[in-house]
Design a protein around this ligand. Sequence first.
Ligand code: PMP
Length: 354
Amino acid sequence: MKIHNFSAGPSILPQEVLTKASEAVVEYNGIGLSLLEISHRSKHFVDIMENARALALELLGLEGKGYKALFLQGGASMQFIMVAMNLLEKRGSYLNTGTWSENAIKEAKIFGDIHEVASSKDAGFNYIPKGFTVSKDDSYFHCTSNNTIFGTQIKQFPNSPIPMVCDMSSDIFSRQLDFSKFDLIYAGAQKNMGPAGTTLVVVKEDILGKVSRKIPSIMDYKVQIAKSSMFNTPPVFAVYTSMLTLEWLKNLGGIKAIEKVNEMKARVLYSEVDLNPLFKGYAVKEDRSYMNATFNLVNDDLKDTFETMLKEAGISGLNGHRSVGGYRASMYNALPLDSVKALVEVMSELETKA
Ligand code: PMP
């Protein structure tokens, strides 16, 4: 039976990427060796790293604009720390839209003062605050483009008078944005790009080197750039698989093409959530995420029936985050429209049974 994978991350990858990645584990490119047993300094891997870095910039439309792409370790969670270490001098501005923003704020507080420009905590993070101002005197402004747990997504980014930093872990490469508005973008690979184990950082070089603190080498973006993202042994398999996914996306027509599919998937699912009286969406409509749709059963008595039906239809990974419960359909780039249709079918079938 075909499994429809709605997992929030690590999550679905294109089948052809999985096939190519698994082939490389056995033997890379006919060289008689596995990708996992060659030096990261070999030409084979250096080419992979350079290709992955170039593809990331190309897909974001940031080539030749003063940006560098890095594939680091430590997850997006380590970026909460690196961002503050490299950029925070006096005070940093943060938009608090959920658990991941809160975690970013918590870590940054170790390095300096933090100002929360706005927060949606009062309403269980079911909306994106708007109409706030960003002070030109702060070191940088940090936001989270897509709130993976609560299912909200920033549709309109502010015009920040200071460098804008964005955690795009759960919606990078999924929609067209003017990426040059951002000075630093980071994203864990394990949602829209590849397996867990690497984190993409895209940084505009001219914002670096402005803090007075000493930065340990491995945490210093300038060192990582100078070493071409190879300061130490990189996560070779995660970088290779991410490169394959970026190639897959490029061949598909890039972000412009996938955005259309993502919009369609979101439209199909949210229409069902809105039309079916058994379900209620969690996020306010205008801020709904196209990547992670969150919803609840109006009547919890139907939980067991619904979940049995999901299982029978091969629908996997639909449980909400352990901190909020309910349901969350993660519709990352590699999830086919057919999977969303299969889910919607189960939801409407439940209505006929109720
Ligand atoms: N930011 C966001 C928006 C996320 O969704 C996640 C993971 N779900 C993280 C940060 C943390 O990522 P990691 O596990 O790679 O540290």
